[in-house]
Write a new protein. Structure first.
Length: 281
């Protein structure tokens, strides 16, 4: 019997133009496509003539076991996730199931992880460049992780001045976590800190809101939203949210574009003159 294969496909935010060539190719190569029904609907146009198996939210373990079962029978199975399969997707769970079966990659089923643009990256692109410096991804869903653990992570990321991308900010039954999250971050950030709320990025019902920490709770979120909270340096300019990486402290940004570096301890405005020997810094 031929070796089966599991293709862990991250297909990005959902729009076909943002799906990688390899993601499309992997789905086309598979004989079976497995995924959460909402995600399957986004790639159904690539699944003609294939066995499609869908299931609802909270049924990830069943999907993972089914994918491994079919691959062990010699099938090529694509397990699809929106965004990146390794970021709150199915990749980790598949590997956990394989580990429980004492999987040996040299002799067992083949596994390939196909990367895709995660929600934080997709949403960041729509609002400018808020992730230009260090950032943390934190899911507010406490279905699998206790809230006190999530709260400690929010506190640590906020205290360390990370830009914070919040996944799963609210749901029908889960409304209080985002309130507590905002309170925690507010201990370390000014109320004017920029916040982006992006719903259904690159999908037909896309909505983009730029607000600030003080007012973020005034807007609808839901499971299809990602919230990006800026750090102490993040700014909004003419509708674009940007987190500087620090170039302005090292280079002239408003000169002739020569990119003249600033020496340690030197004020940016004096760089060119100092290079010519005209300024004592």
């Amino acid at each position: 019997m031929q070796r089966g294969k599991i293709l862990l496909v991250g297909f990005g935010p959902g729009a076909v133009e943002h799906m990688t060539f390899r993601a499309r190719e992997a789905i086309e190569q598979a004989g079976v496509v497995i995924g959460y029904k909402t995600y399957i609907n986004l790639v159904r146009h690539l699944c003609e003539g294939k066995v499609i198996q869908t299931s609802g939210m909270t049924e990830e373990v069943r999907r993972a076991k089914r994918a491994v079962d079919l691959a062990e029978q010699g099938r090529t199975v694509a397990v699809v996730s929106s965004g990146d399969a390794g970021v709150y997707g199915m990749a980790g769970l598949i590997f956990e199931v394989l580990k429980e079966r004492d999987w040996d990659p040299a002799t067992g089923v083949e596994v390939e992880v196909i990367p895709g643009a995660s929600a934080a990256n997709a949403c960041a692109a729509l609002v400018g460049a808020p992730l230009m410096h260090d950032y943390a991804n934190i899911s507010l869903s406490d279905l699998l992780t206790p809230w006190d653990v999530i709260a400690r992570r929010i506190e640590a990321a906020a205290a360390a001045d990370f830009v914070i991308a919040l996944y799963n900010p609210t749901s029908v039954r889960r409304q209080q976590q985002i309130v507590e999250c905002k309170e925690i971050i507010s201990r370390h950030r000014a109320g004017r800190t920029p916040v982006a709320i992006v719903r259904s990025a690159y999908r037909p019902r896309q909505e983009i809101t730029l607000t600030d920490l003080d007012h973020m709770l005034e807007y609808d979120m839901g499971m299809l939203a990602t919230v990006i909270v800026g750090n102490s340096q993040t700014f909004v300019h003419r509708g674009y949210m940007v987190t500087p990486r620090g170039y302005a402290s090292k280079y002239e940004l408003d000169g002739d574009g020569s990119g003249q570096a600033v020496r340690p301890g030197q004020r940016p405005g004096h760089a060119l003159a100092a290079e010519a020997g005209g300024v004592d810094v």
